[in-house]
Design a protein. Structure first.
Length: 337
C-alpha cells in the first residue's frame, strides 16, 4: 500500500523546510564573503547539471520531457523574474539586515501573497481564521521592519554592511519583493505539475534561467579567471547550497502536487523559527523585542492559516493522469530525490 498523498505532501514540506534552512545559512555566510550574482548562478548550476542529463536521457528514450510551448514560456519568464527579482534581492537583504529579519519578512509576505493569489486565481476558499492569520502576518512584518535597524547596525559593525535608515528600508523591501515573487512561482508551479509538466522539467527550467541570465553577468563582472579564483571554502559552500536547494526545491515541487499552495507554504514556513535561531547563534545577529514579537506573530499567523476544505488533495492526486511525465513515481526516482 502506498503512502497517503496528503501525508507524503506533509513529509515533502518538512524536508523542504529543513533543506531551505540549510541553504539560507549557506547564503547568509556567502552574502558577505562572495559576489552574490556568482553565488546564485553556481547554486542554480548544481541543479541544472544534475537534472539536465536525466531529462536528456529520457528525451533520448523517446519520452516527452518538456511541457508545451505556452507552459514552457510562462515557466521561463517566471524563472527569470525569480532569479533577478527574488533570489538576488533576498541574498542582498541577508547582507544588510541579516538572516533573522530577511527570512521571516520574506516568508510572511510569501504566505500572505500565496493566500490571496490562491483565493483569487485558484479558487481555494479561505476562512475567517485565515483572514486573521494574514492580519498577524501584516503586523509581524511591521514589527520586524522596526527591529531591522539593530540588525543592520550589527551587520555594519561585523561585516561592513551598508548602514542607515535608507539601507534598512531597502533591505526589508527586498525581502518583501522576494516573498511576493516566490508566492507567484508557487501558484504557477502547482497547475503546471498537476497538468502537463513534470516536476523535474519545472525545476530544470526555473533554475536553468538562473544559469543563462546570471552566468554571463558574472563573467562580465569578474571574468572567467576571477570566477575560477573563488576560494575553495566558499566554492564548497556554494556547491552545498546548490545541492541542498535542489533537494528542497524538488521536495516542495512534489508537495505542491499533493496539497494546496497555502497548506504547503504554511508547513514549510517552520523555517522561520529555524532561521531566527541560526541568525542569532551562528551569525551573532542581535535579538530585540521587535524581532521576538514579530517572529512570534509570524509563527501565530502560520498556525492560523488553515487548509481549505473545499476538496481533498487525496482525491486530486488519485485523479491525476499517471503518464510518463506527470506521475509521482517518475519524480521520486530522480537522482538524489
Amino acid at each position: 500500500m502506498g503512502l497517503d498523498p496528503v501525508v507524503l505532501g506533509i513529509i515533502c514540506c518538512v524536508f523542504s523546510a529543513l533543506g531551505y534552512t540549510a541553504v539560507n545559512i549557506c547564503l547568509r555566510f556567502l552574502s558577505v564573503n562572495c559576489d552574490q550574482v556568482w553565488v546564485i548562478c553556481l547554486k542554480e548550476l548544481v541543479t541544472v547539471a544534475t537534472v539536465g542529463p536525466w531529462l536528456a536521457w529520457r528525451a533520448c528514450s523517446g519520452k516527452v520531457v518538456l511541457p508545451p510551448a505556452r507552459t514552457l514560456a510562462v515557466l521561463m519568464l517566471l524563472g527569470l523574474v525569480t532569479q533577478i527579482g527574488a533570489n538576488l534581492p533576498v541574498i542582498w537583504a541577508m547582507s544588510v539586515v541579516g538572516l533573522a529579519i530577511t527570512i521571516p519578512v520574506c516568508m510572511g509576505v510569501n504566505l500572505m501573497a500565496s493566500a490571496v493569489i490562491a483565493w483569487v486565481v485558484l479558487g481555494e476558499r479561505g476562512s475567517k481564521t485565515s483572514a486573521m492569520a494574514i492580519g498577524c502576518l501584516i503586523g509581524s512584518i511591521g514589527l520586524l521592519g522596526m527591529g531591522s535597524s539593530q540588525a543592520n547596525a550589527s551587520m555594519a559593525a561585523l561585516a561592513g554592511a551598508a548602514a542607515g535608515p535608507f539601507w534598512v528600508v531597502l533591505g526589508v523591501a527586498a525581502a518583501c519583493l522576494g516573498g511576493c515573487i516566490y508566492a507567484s512561482l508557487a501558484v504557477v508551479i502547482r497547475p503546471s505539475v498537476t497538468g502537463s509538466a513534470s516536476p523535474a522539467a519545472v525545476v530544470f527550467v526555473i533554475t536553468g534561467m538562473g544559469v543563462v541570465s546570471l552566468g554571463p553577468l558574472s563573467i562580465w563582472r569578474h571574468g572567467a579567471a576571477g570566477l575560477l579564483s573563488t576560494p575553495p571554502r566558499d566554492l564548497c559552500v556554494m556547491l552545498a547550497a546548490g545541492a541542498l536547494n535542489m533537494l528542497a526545491f524538488l521536495a516542495i515541487t512534489k508537495a505542491l502536487q499533493l496539497t494546496t499552495v497555502v497548506h504547503a507554504n504554511a508547513l514549510s514556513a517552520s523555517q522561520v523559527a529555524m532561521a531566527v535561531v541560526a541568525g542569532m547563534f551562528l551569525f551573532a545577529e542581535p535579538p530585540n523585542p521587535w524581532l521576538i514579537i514579530g517572529v512570534s506573530l509570524t509563527i501565530l499567523g502560520i498556525m492560523l492559516i488553515d487548509r481549505p476544505a473545499d476538496k481533498s488533495r487525496h482525491g486530486d492526486a488519485q485523479s491525476q493522469p499517471q503518464d510518463e511525465t506527470t506521475a509521482p513515481s517518475e519524480f521520486t526516482t530522480l537522482p538524489g530525490a
